[in-house]
Design a protein around this ligand. Sequence first.
Ligand code: GLN
Length: 471
Amino acid sequence: MQKLVEIASGVSNGSLSASAVVEQHLARIDVRESEIHAFNLVTADQARLDAAKVDADVKSGKKVGALAGVPIAVKDNMCTRGVETTCSSKILQGWKPPYDATVVTKLRAAGAIIIGKTNLDEFAMGSSTENSAFGPTKNPHDISRVPGGSSGGSAAAVAAGFAAASLGSDTGGSIRQPAALCGVVGVKPTYGVVSRYGLVAFASSLDQIGPFTCDVRDAATLLEVISGHDPLDSTSIPQPAPSLVSVLEHGVAGMRIGRVTDLPEGCEADVLERLESAFDALRSAGATIVDIKLPSIQYCLTAYYLIAPAEASSNLARYDGVRYGNRVDAADLNSMYAATREAGFGEEVKRRIMLGTYALSAGYYDAYYGKALKVRRLISDDFARAYQSVDTILTPTSPSVAFEFGSKTDNPLAMYLCDVFTIPTNLAGHPAMSVPFGTGAHSMPVGVQVLAPTLGEQAMFKVAAELERAS
Ligand code: GLN
């Protein structure tokens, strides 16, 4: 597969044509997309026009951006002006946003070619893409297995070579878990590093956009482009994009890497074995492995499944058949709301809305939502204590390799447990990324997760780059 940095440098120095690069990717989509279903929409015509424009700019000596000619796929919960944005939900099917998300604006300004909108679990709720209203995405390594979720389409698009990179969103693990299951790199930046303007909200205090790529350097390059302060997002951190590519060759000598001794149980042996060899690799490269404890990590999943649904129940109240998306007509206003939401939302989305509404309701608020916020504080305190003695922490990304379709759909709790290692960082607002580190059961990819404190992206990328060298 062609690397993002190679495409961008080839296109900008004229040795590669953006049009040819786009055609190669469209050809791969032609061959395999009907079995993989990574996309809700392939924007082939516009991609061809945009590539021709980049080639013309290069020819006429115009300065082109850092992603010139790079085909990038965008999760279908990010607004693209005039191009259908569905969140893989029937309620938004056919909706064309009147504006671009900030990340999309930044991609275009950098010369990237948007090649399509990728499939996801409806409104990003799920861990397998089986909750998409338009059918699941298949794992390109084994089509009987899930690609993970909710950004399964974005992960599969990169793993299948349909795009050189993609964007996903991560509320509880939706970038890192599918990255691990599809054998690609996936990054959830510090909350506030990448603008959420134009990202359809799931749980606003947890949502963050980030890249999927074939390798760590591509991820660093893409993250540098999409991050930075945005006045259109009130939670955007008012400081410039971090410098990441510059640290990739620094190595890890002298760094302290945390090993969590009280990780929640349930991780498969093949995954733990890869984690151990990742620790060995970092030790050989000069890092020190330090045992740490995160006692509140046991409660994170429970807290997340109160906080995220609570925020979702409020965010999704806007889909009422009046201003957005589709309407089912009925005799009076209340019946119209009910009929629209009954027909428009899938089962998992309804489950979350009910859980969230319950958690926020008078009489239960303190017992559920309020208590969950206290757990959120506890996990932040645990991390703060741990980061006094370590620079980064290493855990599995997901408790298992990619599982078979249908194996968890009857049991929401089993599905929720997929995110037991990724959720704590969302609650704390910290950055974390998944790096492929060999294979486990059924020869499927295994990801190792690197965690860092707020704005610790440089330390995180140093460790990720070392793991990549070792694997
Ligand atoms: N799988 C988790 C959920 O269903 C996380 C989803 C996400 O990060 N968007 O909520």
